[in-house]
Design a protein around this ligand. Structure first.
Ligand code: MIC
Ligand code: SF4
Length: 643
C-alpha cells in the first residue's frame, strides 16, 4: 500500500517503535527551533546535559516574544540566549529579525525533514512539507542533545481540497472552516494532511497560515505536500537546492477524510473566546470595532501585508479604530519599506510595531475596556490580550483591513475590487541578523544576568500521593489560564520561583499561596486540559508549588507531555461521572501509587477521603514515561540513565 506524506516522513525518521496508530514511536529530529520565552529554560536544560555542541542538522534560537524591554529581565535573557547559542553550535536570530515560525519558513525550512520547536505553532513549517512539531523546551533540549522525540503514532486525517478561493477569501478562512468542523479538541492524536486538486491553488504562505493554526485543533501537526509551488517559493528565497518533491502516493490512505471546497468558502471569523467559535463575517457584520491588530505567526507574510497595504492605500483608517501592524520578519518589513507599502500604511494611520509577536502574546497594545478587537492571530482566549473584558475575534488580514477602514465588522467583498498581490520572484535576502555559532566556542563565556535562575527539580516520586484538591476547573482550560503570559509575567520566564506566583492567577489569585501552604496537592480538570501553548512553565511552576497529579477528563498533547517531563502525573477519570464527585478542598489519597505504576497497572485507585469513596483513574503512560514519572521528571531520568 502507498504512503501519505506524513507516513513517508515518519518512516524516514523512525528511531523506535512501530508505525501503528496509538503506539509510542520515536523519531529523529533534523532541526530545532526555540523562542526566547521558552528558550531560556530549554537551554538551561540543554546545558545540564553537558553536551558541548548540538547534534542536529540545524538548531536556531529566535528572540521574538519578550522584546518589550520594560526592565533588565528580557535583555538579560537575550544576552544569555545569544552567548549560549554561540557556545553550543546554535544559530541566533536577533530580536528584530522576526517571528520564529515566519523566519524559519523563509530561511531554513526543508521539505521532508523533521523540525521540533519549543512553541506550539511550530507546525507552520508544514506549509513547506516539513513534519514540524511543537513540544516543551525539555523535549527540544533532548533533541538538540541528539536524542529522539517520542510521540504517539497519530491518525492521519486527509483534508481534500477542491476548487479555488474566491477574491477576498484566503488561507485563514480555510483553517477557520476546519476549526468550525473539528473544534479545538478535534485534532488531538491526529496529523492533518492536505491533498487534492485545491492544494496547487494555494501559495506556500497560505499553506503555512493553515498549518500554523492547525495547532488550535489540538493536532500533533499539519502538513502540505511539497510541489512546484514549494519549489517556486524556495527558489524565490534563493534556496532552490533545498527543494524536494514530496507528495502522497496515488494509493495512499487516510484514517479519515474531510472535504473542503475552496470555491464555496466565504470570509469567516472566530468569535470570543475560542478559535473554533466560527461564523461567517456577514452573519455578524456591523459590530463596532475598537481595535484591529494585524500580524502574528499566522498572518504576517509579505503577501498578507501587501494586500492590507493595497486595501488601505490612499485611504484613512476609521477615526474610532486603533490599527496596529507587526510584520512577520525583517525580510517582510524591509521589502514593504523599500517598495513604498510601508509609507502607504503609515499614511493611512496604521501604527507600525516591530517585527515580533507583540500584541498576540499581550506584549503591549492591550485594547480598551470592553473593546472589540479584530486580530489576524490564532488565539482569542479570554484575557490573553491583556484586557480582561476585551472581546477578541480572529480573522484574515482581508477582513481586518476592511474593519480598519469602516470601523465596523465588514465583509471585505463589499470593498469592491480585490487587490491581486503575487509572490515576488525574488525575496530580499539578507541574513545579517542571524548570527552563526562561534568557530572557537571555548572563547565564549555564557552570560547569566540576575534574571536567569537555576532550574528547580523534583525528587523521586514517593510511595504515596496524598493532598488537597487545590483547584477544580472546567473543560478547555488553556495554558494561558494555568500560566498567563503578557508584559508583566513573561519577563519572569527564566525565574520559576518568581513566575510561580501567577499560576492560575486569572482563575483564582489565591492559588499560589494556598498551594504553598498545603504543601502542594491535586488539580482536577475537564476535557482538553492544557490546550494551547507549549509553555512548560505551565507544568514547571505547578511542580514547584507541589502539584502532584492532575486528574482530568482528557488532556492536550503538549501539556500532557510537559506534565510527565516535570514529574506531575497526568491522570484521566475512567468514569467521567467521577469528576462530579470531587470538589475543591477534598483530600485525595493514592496510598500505593508507586507500587501500582511499577507493577504496570493501567488503572490506579484514588480515595476521596472527605467523601469516603474510591474511584479509578487511568494514566496511558508508556513504560518509558512511567520511568520518567518515578524518577521525578525527565532530567532526573536522563541523569540516571547517563550514570
Ligand atoms: C503562544 O502563542 O501562546 C506562545 C507564547 O507562542 C506559546 C509559547 C510560550 O508560551 O512561550 C506557544 O504557543 O507555545
Ligand atoms: Fe508569537 Fe503569537 Fe505566534 Fe505565539 S502565536 S509564536 S505569541 S505570534
Amino acid at each position: 500500500m502507498g504512503m501519505n506524506v506524513t507516513q513517508k516522513i515518519i518512516s524516514e525518521h523512525l528511531y523506535a517503535g512501530e508505525m501503528r496508530q496509538g503506539e509510542e514511536i520515536a523519531i529523529i529530529i533534523d532541526q530545532t527551533l526555540t523562542q526566547d520565552a521558552t528558550g531560556t529554560m530549554s537551554y538551561l536544560q540543554f546545558e545540564a546535559m553537558a553536551v558541548p555542541k548540538v547534534r542536529t542538522k540545524l538548531s536556531v534560537s529566535y528572540v521574538d516574544h519578550n522584546t518589550l524591554q520594560t526592565g533588565f529581565e528580557n535583555a538579560d535573557d537575550h544576552r544569555y540566549l545569544q552567548t549560549v547559542a554561540a557556545k553550543h553550535g546554535i544559530y541566533f536570530s536577533r530580536p528584530g529579525n522576526g517571528i520564529c515560525h515566519q523566519v524559519n519558513l523563509e530561511r531554513f525550512g526543508v521539505p521532508g525533514r523533521t523540525l521540533l520547536g519549543s512553541d506550539s505553532h511550530t507546525p507552520t513549517g508544514g506549509g513547506i512539507g516539513m513534519l514540524s512539531i511543537g513540544a516543551g523546551g525539555l523535549d527540544v533540549a533532548v533533541a538538540m542533545a541528539g536524542g529522539p522525540f517520542y510521540l504517539t503514532m497519530p491518525k492521519v486525517v486527509g483534508v481534500k481540497l477542491t476548487g479555488k478561493l474566491s477574491p477576498w477569501v484566503s488561507g485563514k478562512d480555510v483553517i477557520l472552516e476546519l476549526l468550525r468542523i473539528m473544534s479545538v479538541k478535534g485534532g488531538v492524536g491526529k496529523v492533518i494532511e492536505y491533498f487534492g486538486p485545491g492544494v496547487e491553488t494555494l501559495t506556500v504562505t497560505e499553506r503555512a497560515t493553515i498549518t500554523n493554526m492547525g495547532a488550535e485543533l489540538g493536532a500533533t501537526t499539519s502538513v502540505f505536500p511539497s510541489d512546484e509551488i514549494t519549489r517556486a517559493y524556495l527558489e524565490a528565497q534563493d534556496r532552490g537546492n533545498d527543494y524536494r518533491e514530496l507528495v502522497a502516493d496515488a494509493d495512499a490512505e487516510y484514517d479519515e477524510i474531510i472535504e473542503i471546497n475552496l470555491s464555496e468558502l466565504e470570509p469567516l471569523i472566530a468569535q470570543p473566546h475560542s478559535p473554533d467559535n466560527v461564523v461567517k463575517v456577514k452573519e455578524i457584520s456591523g459590530l463596532t470595532v475598537n481595535q484591529v491588530a494585524i500580524g502574528s505567526c499566522t498572518n504576517s507574510s509579505y503577501t498578507d501585508l501587501m494586500r492590507v497595504a493595497e486595501t488601505l492605500k490612499g485611504k484613512q483608517v476609521h477615526p474610532d479604530t486603533s490599527v496596529v501592524l507587526s510584520p512577520g520578519s525583517k525580510q517582510v518589513f524591509e521589502m514593504l519599506a523599500r517598495n513604498g507599502a510601508l509609507a502607504d500604511l503609515i499614511a493611512s494611520g496604521v501604527r507600525i510595531l516591530e517585527s515580533a509577536c507583540g500584541p498576540c502574546i499581550g506584549m503591549g497594545q492591550s485594547p480598551e475596556t470592553n473593546a472589540i478587537s479584530i486580530r489576524t492571530f490564532n488565539r482569542n482566549f479570554e484575557g490573553r490580550s491583556g484586557t480582561a473584558s476585551a472581546k477578541v475575534y480572529l480573522s484574515s488580514p482581508e477582513v481586518a483591513a476592511a474593519a480598519a477602514l469602516t470601523g465596523k465588522l465588514t465583509d471585505p467583498r463589499e470593498l469592491g475590487e480585490f487587490p491581486v498581490v503575487e509572490m515576488p520572484e525574488k525575496f530580499l535576502i539578507d541574513d545579517s541578523m542571524i548570527i552563526a555559532p562561534a568557530n572557537d566556542p571555548v572563547t565564549v563565556t555564557v552570560t547569566r544576568g540576575p534574571n536567569i535562575q537555576p532550574l528547580p527539580l523534583r525528587e523521586d516520586m514517593p510511595e504515596e500521593l496524598n493532598g488537597e484538591t487545590l483547584l477544580k476547573v472546567e473543560d478547555n482550560i488553556t495554558t494561558d489560564h494555568i500560566m498567563p503570559a503578557g508584559a508583566k509575567v513573561l519577563p519572569l520566564r527564566s525565574n520559576i520561583p518568581a513566575i510561580s506566583k501567577y499560576v492560575f492567577a486569572a482563575i483564582d489569585p489565591t492559588f499560589h499561596d494556598r498551594a504553598k501552604e498545603a504543601g502542594g496537592g491535586f488539580v482536577v480538570g475537564g476535557h482538553n486540559y492544557g490546550q494551547g501553548s507549549s509553555r512548560e512553565h505551565a507544568a514547571l511552576a505547578p511542580m514547584y508549588l507541589g502539584v502532584k497529579a492532575v486528574i482530568a477528563k482528557s488532556f492536550a498533547r503538549i501539556h500532557r507531555a510537559n506534565l510527565v517531563n516535570f514529574g506531575i502525573l497526568p491522570l484521566v477519570f475512567v468514569d467521567e461521572a467521577d469528576y462530579d464527585r470531587v470538589d475543591q478542598g477534598d483530600i485525595l489519597d493514592m496510598p500505593v501509587v508507586r507500587e501500582e505504576l511499577q507493577a504496570g497497572k493501567d488503572e490506579l485507585t484514588v480515595k476521596n477521603v472527605n467523601k469516603d469513596v474510591i474511584f479509578s483513574v487511568k494514566h496511558d503512560l508508556s513504560p518509558r514515561q512511567i520511568e520518567i514519572i518515578l524518577a521525578g521528571g525527565q532530567l532526573n531520568y536522563t541523569k540516571k540513565q547517563m550514570q
